[in-house]
Design a protein. Sequence first.
Length: 379
Amino acid sequence: MRDKNFNPGKGFIFSKHVPEELSHFERVFDVFKDLLTHTSGDIEEAFDWLDMLDQEYDIFSDEYTLQDFEEDLKKRGYIREEDPEEGNTGSGKGKNILTPKLEAALREYALDQIFGKLKKNGAGNHRTHKTGIGDERDGENRSFQYGDDLTAVNMTESLKNAQINNGISDLRLTEEDLIVEETKHKAQMSTVLMIDISHSMILYGEDRITPAKKVAMALVELIKRKYPKDSIDIIVFGNEAWPIKIKDLPYLKVGPYHTNTVAGLELAMDILRRKRNTNKQIFMITDGKPSCIQLPSGEFYMNSFGLDEKIVNQCFNRAAQARKLKIPITTFMIAQDPYLRQFVEEFTAQNKGKAFLTGLSGLGQMIFEDYEKNRIRRI
């Protein structure tokens, strides 16, 4: 590729493209962020992987060593040494831990990887066809009505009206002269993202939890940047379901769990019931069939073989319940097992939602597109 410069006298002049030279730190930092996501935030394990990669690919040199990189991370505020008095679960003084700055950098890195670099827009950005009290100028004017926000008054047009109605010599502004500019109402969306952390997410040597984490971090960062008025809650589900904080996403791991989809759906609906806005949705990332429910006695009923009718029917009931609450569920099945298709199709039919049977590569873009489409359709 070549850079081009415009010369007013001679037109465009093309020259050889010289790529920007990255600093030693920036060159290694991207690799390190990827490793941190794979190791669920284990810095020491990420350093071990860096050391192994260095032996094969010469990442470091005498000029810039792994120790130099570690010191740079500390100087820039990305990691710090753990204080044993904080009560953390680390091994004591000297253990490196992530700072909030690095947690945010991981979300930003996931966003750039999955959705590409996005420019920050103004608040909102989800539009409707409806006019009313809002914060985006529509360009259309109308007469002032009782209850209109005074900040929407178009003073230029209002003064022009006052001149026409009262004349220059007796210029006064009355309620009849006031003109307001229509605004577009920007609706809000409340989203719950459910992430399957059952053991099958790392079964058969295939890492499915890392892409799921990246998608979750990217989606959070996307909403914070483009749709700051929206809300997103993250829940994980195995034998049970529980909410996690955004800052905990990099540390997410699978457990020796079955898949209690029912518990996840119940928690997601409980969260969304408390949201005041009318636009709500659930995204569910999973790689397998439901295999667990909790009985009224508190005991768990589990069956990993096939599709257990007792478990499956409860999933269908929750899907229908969400439909009655006008909460669409979009299921992203990170697997393509043929026998799951019938379950997913019936689950989706019960909810009138959507489902994608997909591999791992296109998951992020598909969630992004569906988030946009749900916004447009639901508002």
